[in-house]
Design a protein around this ligand. Structure first.
Ligand code: F6R
Length: 607
């Protein structure tokens, strides 16, 4: 959500800011802006819409200055107009902000009573006006920041520049992540390390409550009590080259085609192909004795956790409670004293998931996070974390990170099944062998591209689409529906096939395609009956199945797509690839903005 970048350096700041914002545009893209210091004055350029509009504005009217801040916005308060685009400020100070200032209305009233005049509808402007009031009364920038931060309720990542105090950015964090990048005689600020990757790989993260003064020579970090503190400088794994689109039309297409590689890299961490054993990562709890597990996450990551629940309960006989983090954090669930929790997140920064993590930690749960960004807040705040090795995911809709999350959950389930004595050595070897085949089978599914495109063409004008699955394919049906909604704007629902007749069957008519995830084995017969019930009512059935399922489904399905015949265990990972590919092609046919669908942001760092 909202991207922030800042530069205090030696050369012109604006081109570096725009380059940083380009890498952050996946976080928000309804407007963008930069501000720099020019001879003791703050100058801004801002534009509604995509970053290219800002780049155009800068080309027409360049912005000099060696110190600057930039922002790409995902609107929370105030419409996505140029006027509401960041940076916000006054003649004395300019601010970019990621997060929500919850008490903005109260602060605005107080500041207006003090004579400050507001120019936008944003919550962010209250920060700028508060700073301005202190500066007007003679405070130094540091003092103004120290006075302002405790007045703010809610979440923020902030970067601020001050007209009369060149060559410095002050940055602050509560809730929303911020990184400081170290260059040679120049320094950078970014809302994630990806923004800084072309500029430097040496990065320090602000911890919760921290603020820092960043000058060309370094950074002075302070904690929430304003005491000077040191923050470790790490080498990020991101490189400047990591985020190209290659020859693909969209990042999402490229990321879909990375499934086999990412699955291979992720599984390789845990599976020994020689012995077919699972090498468990260090866990913050004893898998043999842990009485109960809570899994929490948001969106697709939640669905990966939900598949994990099916696996953990079946293979490890471990009771699992699962909930979306936005509910769990306010549900006040009773927690087992020796319980543990798994939090799943691509970004490791999702506000609700992070809040759930903290709640579970306070409740005495041992925390394991499954994250894609090793330096993320969740990785740092967990007792231990397991990495998905998906690399940067730029398309807003999660693809490769999702299947990598599934791969991790699968390995954990097998390893814990062994540790708890519910799986034999032979079971472990059988399941490991199945997982080792997943990357190759994912590649086979990607080869079905043309067939999937034909299905896409047949549903691209539908108003509603139903996805059905059973067991661990039920969350994958939901993933298919979520992805279709997100990027093609077609209304879609993912249902447990057995639930059909309890309501959704009323929707069935020839205009509503029903996408069935229907591999043989397990609950095949039962799903088949559910589909026949839908077909009998005029439903257009489009089935994903395997070779053995084809004769059964072709009797009544309009289209049948053959996927590799694999054991029940690994089907969720492979069917996820298929439904994501389908959503992609529908979106392409509908001409939507696949990588940056409307209203969405990649990293949801506000509640
Ligand atoms: C869906 C999607 C979102 C994310 C969700 C959680 O395609 O991308 O639903 O899965 O916002 O994000 P992370 O995994 O970063 O916590």
């Amino acid at each position: 959500m909202c991207g922030i970048v800042g530069v205090v350096g030696q050369g012109e700041a604006a081109p570096l800011l725009v380059e940083g914002l380009r890498r952050l545009e996946y976080r928000g893209y309804d407007s963008a802006g930069v501000a720099t210091l020019v001879n003791g004055r703050i100058e801004r350029r801002r534009a509604e819409g995509k970053l290219s509009n800002l780049a155009g504005a800068l080309a027409r009217d360049p912005l000099p200055g060696r110190t600057g801040i930039g922002h790409t916005r995902w609107a929370t308060h105030g419409a996505p107009t140029e006027r509401n685009a960041h940076p916000h400020g006054t003649a004395r100070v300019s601010v970019v902000h990621n997060g929500i200032i919850e008490n903005h209305a109260e602060l605005r009233a107080e500041l207006e009573a003090e004579g400050q005049s507001f120019h936008t509808e944003t919550d962010t402007e209250t920060v700028a006006q508060l700073l301005d009031l202190h500066l007007a009364r003679g405070a130094s920038p540091e003092k103004a920041v120290v006075e302002t931060l405790p007045r703010l309720r809610g979440a923020f990542g902030l970067a601020m520049i001050f007209a009369e105090h060149g060559e410095r950015i002050i940055t602050a964090r509560r809730g929303s992540p911020l990184a400081v990048g170290f260059g040679e005689g120049e320094m950078f600020v970014g809302s994630d390390a990806l923004a800084l990757a072309p500029l430097t790989r040496r990065v320090a993260y602000l911890e919760e409550g921290d603020w820092a003064i960043v000058t060309p020579d370094g950074a002075a970090f302070h904690d929430g009590h304003n005491a000077r503190v040191q923050r470790a400088v790490r080498l990020t794994q991101f490189t400047g080259a990591a985020t190209g689109r290659g020859n693909y039309r969209h990042f999402m297409e490229k990321e879909l085609h990375e499934h086999p590689m990412v699955l291979g890299d992720t599984l390789r961490q845990f599976l020994d192909p020689a012995t077919l054993a699972v090498r468990m990562p260090p866990l913050p709890f004893d898998p043999a004795s842990v009485p109960r597990l809570t899994i929490s996450a948001c969106g697709s990551a939640f669905l990966a956790g939900h598949v994990g629940r099916y696996w953990l309960e079946r293979l490890a006989r471990l009771p699992v409670d699962i909930d979306v983090s936005s509910e769990l954090r306010y549900r006040d669930p009773p927690l087992e004293p020796d319980g543990a929790a798994i939090l799943v997140s691509q970004s490791g920064e999702t506000a609700d998931t992070l809040a759930a993590l903290r709640l579970l930690k306070e409740g005495g749960q041992r925390i394991l996070s499954v994250v894609n960004v090793p330096e993320s807040s969740m990785a740092r705040e967990s007792d231990s974390s397991v990495l998905t090795v998906a690399g940067p995911e730029i398309g807003v809709a999660s693809t490769k990170a999702f299947t990598a999350q599934l791969a991790v959950m699968a390995c954990l389930a097998v390893g814990m099944g062994r540790a708890r004595g519910h799986l034999s050595l032979t079971d472990e070897q059988r399941l490991t062998a199945a997982l080792l085949e997943v990357p190759g089978n994912a590649a086979l599914i990607l080869e079905k591209d043309e067939e999937v495109q034909r299905v896409a063409a047949s549903i691209s004008t539908a108003r509603d689409v139903l996805f059905l699955g059973r067991g661990a394919l039920y969350p994958i049906a939901q993933e298919g529906a979520l992805k279709l909604k997100e990027i093609s704007y077609i209304h879609a629902e993912g249902y447990a096939a057995g639930e059909m007749k309890h309501g959704p069957i009323a929707l069935i008519d020839p205009s509503v395609p029903v996408i069935a995830l229907c591999p043989t084995g397990g609950l095949f017969e039962k799903t088949l009956s559910n589909l026949q019930e839908a077909a009998a009512r005029g439903g257009r059935i489009i089935a994903f199945t395997d070779r053995d399922g084809i004769p059964h489904l072709s009797r009544f399905a309009e289209q049948v797509i053959e996927l590799p015949r694999v054991g029940q265990f690994s089907t969720p990972i492979l069917y996820a690839v298929a439904v994501q590919l389908l959503a992609y092609h529908v979106a392409v046919l509908r001409g939507t903005d696949v990588d940056q669908p409307r209203n969405l942001a990649k990293s949801v760092t506000v509640e």
